[in-house]
Design a protein around this ligand. Structure first.
Ligand SMILES: CC(C)(COP(=O)(O)OP(=O)(O)OC[C@H]1O[C@@H](n2cnc3c(N)ncnc32)[C@H](O)[C@@H]1OP(=O)(O)O)[C@@H](O)C(=O)NCCC(=O)NCCS
Length: 302
């Protein structure tokens, strides 16, 4: 048990960023799914908490304390939010489970006040994840097993439907995409309009497919260190099985080839057989380890 009376827990501020970045750079007890450059934006947009050790007396209050651990969110589309970062300084590292237990209720309280009723965490390896046990001990449970697929060539089995038009995302597409999202994904995985606008900022390739009835699908990607990340693909159920997904996949593969990626990677839920068929048809092969997602219900205020 850590002695919470020597610690102050509060929301992270911009002024805490230097300490948080130092922690990310120096500690082995870190999990984070954002680039350090993004931290300021995350702190501005979403709730975050830090545990600070504060020297007793007025001096401690003035100096603000030194950051021991933090917990933050990197995606939030009420009613869902995702843990995007957790870190503990090296000297406190072996007590990481205690810090997680200390910080979680503060974060969930802040999330609840923003309309979030489910907090999620995803890990890349179900058999080897240091955060899994403490999260489960704090009430998280398995919501989904995940699959990871790779592809190391740029062959496509088809160019897909030619009946649809594929064009770059525009901000006016965000609201209609939210409607499509409700038809395609369960709540934890849904984006809201703000998340789509964010995605258009973060992902250099973001296209929508449209036909005479309106939006028929979307797809976005990024290339980092020569690895192509096929981040997201969805098509409207009214066009399923008509080659729209294949068209978006083919265009994505061509994009990765143009950008000089040497492999393309993606993740999907274990239960999403429709997506598996499409990916395997396009030459993606399943890789280990098995990823997973945990979820925690945050009850609304009494
Ligand atoms: C997964 C998804 C994108 C597929 O989109 P789609 O528009 O239905 O895709 P397409 O019609 O181009 O291709 C899928 C078809 O390819 C077919 N296919 C697979 N292998 C094939 C092969 N060897 N030869 C011919 N067709 C093949 C699939 O079986 C399917 O056709 P069917 O339903 O008639 O059997 C869509 O179902 C979707 O948006 N789902 C919800 C969101 C989602 O799960 N996204 C992925 C998250 S990771």
């Amino acid at each position: 048990m850590i002695e919470s009376e020597t610690l102050t827990v509060r929301g992270l501020r911009r002024a805490d960023m230097a300490q948080a970045r130092r922690l990310l750079d120096t500690s082995e007890y870190v999990h984070y799914r954002f680039s350090p450059d993004e931290m300021a934006r995350l702190l501005e947009l979403y709730p975050s908490v830090g545990a600070f050790s504060v020297a007793p007396g007025p001096l401690g209050r003035v100096l603000g304390g030194s950051l021991q651990a933090f917990l933050l969110v990197n995606e939030m589309a009420p009613p869902s939010a995702w843990i995007g970062g957790f870190g503990v300084i090296t000297t406190q590292g072996r007590r990481y489970a205690d810090y997680l237990r200390l910080l979680l209720p503060h974060l969930t309280r802040a999330l609840r006040s923003r309309g979030v009723t489910g907090l999620y965490y995803s890990g890349a390896d179900i058999d080897n994840d240091w955060m899994r046990a403490p999260l489960e001990a704090s009430g998280f449970s398995l919501v989904s097993m995940l699959r990871a697929y790779d592809k190391t060539d740029f062959a496509v089995p088809t160019e897909g439907s030619r009946r649809i038009r594929v064009r770059p995302f525009r901000p006016a597409d965000a609201e209609p995409l939210v409607e499509l999202e409700k038809l395609c994904f369960d709540p934890p995985w849904r984006h809201d309009a703000r998340a789509f606008i964010e995605a258009s900022r973060l992902y250099p390739y973001f296209v929508v497919a449209e036909d005479d009835e309106g939006l028929a699908g979307y797809q976005f990607n990024v290339v980092d260190m020569k690895i192509g990340y096929l981040v997201r693909i969805a098509t409207h159920p009214r066009v399923w099985g008509q080659g729209v997904g294949a068209r978006l996949m083919a265009e994505a593969v061509h994009y990765f080839e143009r950008e000089g990626a040497w492999k393309i990677v993606l993740n999907t839920e274990e239960s999403n057989t429709r997506a598996h068929q499409l990916y395997e048809w396009f030459g993606f092969y399943l890789i280990r380890p098995r990823g997973f997602a945990l979820g925690l219900d945050i009850p609304p205020p009494a």
